[in-house]
Design a protein around this ligand. Sequence first.
Ligand code: S3P
Length: 438
Amino acid sequence: MTGPFDFIARPSGPLRGEVRVPGDKSISHRGVMLAAIADGHTRVTGLLEGEDVLATLEAFRAMGVRIEGPRGGEVSIHGVGRDGLRAPAADIDLGNSGTAMRLLAGLLSGQDFDCTLVGDDSLQRRPMRRITEPLSQMGARIETASGGTPPIRVRAGDGLASIDYKSPVASAQVKSGILLAGLYANGRTCVTEPSPTRDHTERMLGAFGVETVRDGRRTCIEGGERLAATEIEVPGDISSAAFLLAAAAGRPGSDLLIRGVGVNPTRIGVLTILERMGADIEWFDRRTAGREPVADLRVRGAVLHGIDVDPALVPLAIDEFPAIFAAAAAARGVTRVTGAAELRVKESDRIAASAEALRALGVSVRVADDGMEVEGGVISGGAVDSEGDHRIAMAFASSAVTAPVRIRNCRNVATSFPGFEMLARSVGFDIEAVDADH
Ligand code: S3P
């Protein structure tokens, strides 16, 4: 479907089968970015061909990087070297992608040309000072719109100075943007995060021959190093697998095998949370793809129960809360999430959007600034709005409904999970995409 569309999810039985989910979005972005500024030719396989990553590919094409593909998840990127990017002819449009914008802000701060980064309505509302402030401290000539939102304008500067930055937010995008700018700075740039976040940038820089040093919550990079082209194999995205895992975990009789999922320790919070709720998840065939751990995950249906989610797990499951809230609504008892205020500044305000959707389906919730309490029970029928947020759309399309649910505004599912509806149907969901009726 090309125009706006909704999903209709109907009650269905247990979920069964063996599937692979599309490539990891975070790793795909980083693969493209680092390959583009490396010396030599990098082949990336398993790339997510979702709109967010396609926007990153187009951004580098616009800056003079020759890229063949993507075709069947494969791209060939002819790196231009650390100083080889050229000024784009127009503003760079990053669509819905916060990762692309914040990481590129860092990378572009080190270039000798002017450039403006813009995005769609959702991205244009998201906070960018968290990245532009530390970059300004490094000497970047960078500014946002007056509210701290995009567009981000970066102007050619006189070189960057290193910083030792203590980030007030647990954000891999902020950490990564600073480390990428650090590649272009004099000396050693360090970022300390309040709690650990995904470390894909650090692992991938290592794969391109630039090692970062981690000491506790502080990560450092030396400026001036060059990246050497390599081969990148992108594992399946645990954030996409999460919708299937959460749904199957709570449906007795389900037995689902998801092959080739990235199980980086900084991403598996959702597995721990679901297991604490009573989920039966087994890991098989643990291996590595480049520097990333991968496994096949088998989930068998059980009766889930509510828990108090440990706030330390929040950054390790930050994208999975829509799926976790939906699982909690179908579980026995109350689930409490705290320490998750960051959910309010994702593709939508995911606390408000999830709460509104759950209430529309007859679920009791109590909302706080930094989280939510969900009273488990039964999810009834009705209509909800994804607010254009891909993960809200997929969480409610795959939740255990007892009567048909219409999820409005689902087009952005293509940003992270192209083919979601077909794959979901193949394992037993009753989901249909229909033209929007509004
Ligand atoms: C991402 C980091 C997280 C996550 C996002 C992808 C990344 O954002 O929510 O989907 O690839 O670095 P924050 O850094 O804002 O927590």
